[in-house]
Design a binder for this molecule. Structure first.
Ligand code: TXA
Ligand code: MG
Length: 327
């Protein structure tokens, strides 16, 4: 069937203006960020925000991250917190901060809570569009709710198709895992809600003690950080994890194994894939969602994936894998 969908918008001035114009008119546009592709909409326009939830099939209790150009723009939607000075070195970049909201922020963004999640993204195309629209942009990952986040323009097309005709292609995302989320909404405590590319270690260096919020199991707690729901980021194929440096104990027939780096001399009957060529967790993280999506179309009975050491970026990598494997 020939597709009547528009081709991807690119980095040309005309295309970026087109994207900005669509957003200003209340449409949704998928945009590249340095973490994953986001499904962007005007964060101050409730009817545009509604479309985001509909396109993703996302429950309204799951609040959105608002993207702004800089701290000046942040101050218009959130209460400034002096601890931001200590972490401003991570911006623009893959760090999201939960702050007290300002009243101009629609309830749809915050799931009617008193807090709003804000991020200053680094991707040059996203930033160019932010400055053309001159408004904050809400953007969840551009995937159907619960599926693996997109790290390439084609991933967005594959899973949202005509639900999201407008996609800006900025190439593969550099980090490939969603931003780190910390909660600064309470004055005396910092909580890590989602591990990500800005590591817990580097945040503790700047902020001191940080409480790590782990699994938020039942849906009624979803507003804490529904990204923390146990099953999330899941491919359709069953995923099973095995320890870093080890082998799966046994493998089912017609399965795939994803190793973090090259292995030799082993005898397992499965198709073998490598997340990194040179034992780099950064490279493995950047490839993880792309490879999971590819393997998910191959009809394997199971995908076995190697865990990383649980430190630095390995924390975020293991977090996403654990969710992908949750049933
Ligand atoms: O890297 C990213 O953060 C990407 C790119 C597009 O920026 N966005 C992203 O958005 O991952 P999303 O919606 O897939 O994940 C946002 C997470 C959700 O788990 C949501 O619950 C949490 O942020 N969140 C949003 N607002 C919050 C708030 N006020 N309090 C606590 N958690 C919040
Ligand atoms: Mg998401």
């Amino acid at each position: 069937m020939p597709s009547s969908l528009p081709s991807f918008l690119t980095a040309t001035k005309g295309d970026l203006q087109k994207a900005a114009q669509l957003l200003a008119e209340g449409e949704c546009v998928a945009l590249p960020t340095e973490t994953v592709y986001g499904l962007a909409a005007d964060a101050l326009n409730p009817s545009a925000l509604k479309k985001v939830f509909t396109i993703k099939g996302r429950p309204l209790i799951d609040p959105l991250i608002v993207h702004v150009l800089d701290i000046e723009a942040l101050k218009k939607i959130a209460e400034y917190d002096s601890r931001l000075e200590k972490i401003s070195c991570f911006w623009p970049g893959p760090l999201t901060v939960v702050l007290r909201r300002k009243s101009c922020v629609p309830d749809l963004v915050t799931a009617s809570q008193e807090t709003v999640a804000v991020r200053v993204p680094a991707h040059p195309l996203f930033r160019e569009i932010l400055s053309l629209v001159n408004r904050p942009l809400a953007a969840p990952s551009a995937n159907p709710f619960g599926y693996v986040s997109p790290t390439r323009a084609q991933h967005v097309r594959d899973s949202l198709s005509e639900r999201c005709p407008w996609i800006v292609d900025g190439g593969p995302c550099r980090h490939g895992l969603e931003s780190t989320i910390i909660d600064l909404s309470s004055p005396h405590k910092v909580r890590l809600l989602r591990p990500g590319p800005i590591t817990l270690e580097s945040l503790r260096e700047k902020l001191g003690e940080i409480e790590v919020v782990t699994k938020v199991a039942p849906a009624q707690d979803a507003q804490v950080a529904p990204g923390m729901l146990e099953r999330h980021y899941s491919p359709t194929t069953r995923v099973e994890l095995f320890a870093h440096g080890a082998m799966p104990a046994s493998t089912e027939k017609n399965s795939a194994i994803l190793f973090l780096s090259r292995r030799k001399d082993f005898s397992l009957t499965a198709e073998i894939f490598y997340l990194s060529e040179n034992n780099s967790i950064t490279e493995a993280a950047a490839n993880l969602f792309d490879l999971l999506r590819k393997l998910d179309t191959r009809g394997f009975a199971k995908i076995y994936v190697e865990r990383a050491e649980s430190a630095e970026l390995g924390l975020a990598y293991n977090d996403r894998l654990t969710r992908a494997a949750a049933r």
